[in-house]
Design a binder for this molecule. Structure first.
Ligand code: HPA
Length: 379
């Protein structure tokens, strides 16, 4: 097997120059660079990344831990992470923590033991052990999708590691997420504008920031529309289809059921639609429906689903960028990057198909918060 020294000899340059060309660590004259690449080609040289890691203490790899990888939302996030990582010359090690705190802690430790340079994690609803582990081992970390409030984490910690170190005022981790509250409020006010007075929310798993933010967006939307808050209309579908099917059935069994429904993620939309079909109800004639999460088949449903689209690929790509910035500059202040969502107006809300508007591309609003906001996280 050809070595770096063979390449250097064949190209007539030093081993250091070969290394600079292959690792991009220093500019090299174009003709020298070409001579090295030609020699690499001719000799069939492949770099030994394990040997390089021993020298640099870097593996040029990123650990990614996200639950429900088969959910299209997370699959698209994964695609965004993968292509951004590849472009930066990093490979990925992937694990699915199944939204289980014990499993999450275990898979993150396994990724860390493989010496990934940093980690991108969508944390579970109870991430104390996870956060404690990452903090103790000083793993450069980006929390993705679900954000963690270090103050809340500390207040509720029963011991062990927490998000912020005692006496440390700012968290040490970065975060990337999508807006959740305003887009949910937008779905509610849209339905209220169509005359609905009883709007139900099928919310996600308690403890996830995305759930809390969508619930508060729902409440903000009701307030903005001057509607009463009837707590019986707010049910939990636990972020999954079966839970949402049950929760929707409970809403339909109320003495005064809702006339419109908001589902807080794609899986729960499926569950809600199952429950509506089981009850012989049609959308939007019997009950209107708006959902959080757009997905590839949302416009194949009849009626076509009015939805909030999350920038899922972009979330993945941003998470990589934020992690690479952290690796380049370990002492930079922690930040939370929030990306805007888009309102995709179709017909499950009860609005008619707009004449003259082609079915594709969709009628989309510009992103709901028009700027990418970057806030320093506070604990
Ligand atoms: N977070 C945000 N959006 C989602 C999720 C989630 O866990 N699942 C499906 N859409």
């Amino acid at each position: 097997m050809a070595t770096m020294a063979d390449v250097a000899r064949s190209a007539g340059v030093s081993v250091a120059t070969v290394s600079h060309v292959l690792n991009g660590t220093r500019p090299v004259l174009p003709h020298t660079r070409q001579a090295v690449l030609d020699a690499v080609d001719a000799l069939g040289y492949t770099p030994n990344t394990l040997a390089r890691s021993l020298v640099t203490s870097r593996t040029r790899s990123i650990g990614l831990a996200v639950s429900a990888i088969s959910n299209p939302y997370f699959t698209e996030i994964l695609q965004g992470v993968e292509s951004a990582a590849l472009e930066a010359g990093y490979s990925l090690l992937i694990a699915d923590p199944h939204d289980d705190p014990g499993h999450e802690r275990k898979v993150v430790q396994l990724l860390h033991e493989r010496r990934v340079d940093g980690m991108i994690v969508a944390p579970s609803a109870h991430p104390h052990d996870l956060v404690g582990y990452l903090r103790r081992h000083a793993v450069p970390t980006v929390f993705l999708d679900r954000v963690i409030d270090a103050g809340v984490l500390n207040a509720s910690a029963t011991g062990g590691g927490t998000g912020a170190v005692p006496g440390e005022s700012a968290p040490w981790y970065d975060q990337v997420c999508a807006d959740s509250a305003d887009p949910t409020a937008r779905l509610v006010t849209h339905l209220a504008g169509l005359g609905h007075r009883r709007i139900g929310l099928v919310a996600g798993l308690p403890g996830l920031s995305t759930t809390d933010e969508r619930v508060s967006g729902y409440q903000d939307g009701l307030s903005a529309a001057g509607l009463a808050h009837d707590e019986r209309l707010l049910v939990s579908g636990n972020s999954e289809s079966a839970g949402a099917e049950q929760a929707t059935a409970a809403l339909l069994a109320l003495p005064e059921p809702p006339t419109a429904l908001v589902t807080a993620n794609n899986a729960m939309t499926i569950g809600a639609l199952r429950a509506l079909r089981r009850h012989g109800l049609s959308v939007p004639d019997d009950i209107a429906l708006c959902c959080f999460d757009d997905f590839a088949w949302a416009d194949l449903f009849s009626p076509r689903l009015t939805a909030v689209a999350q920038p899922s690929r972009e979330l993945g790509a941003q998470a990589v960028q934020v992690l690479l910035n952290r690796l380049d500059e370990p002492r930079r202040p922690a930040r939370t990057v929030r990306l805007p969502c888009t309102f995709v107006h179709r017909t499950s809300c009860g609005c008619p198909e707009e004449p003259g508007r082609s079915r594709t591309p969709e009628h989309t609003d510009s992103p709901m918060s028009s700027t990418l906001s970057e806030k320093g996280t506070t604990s």
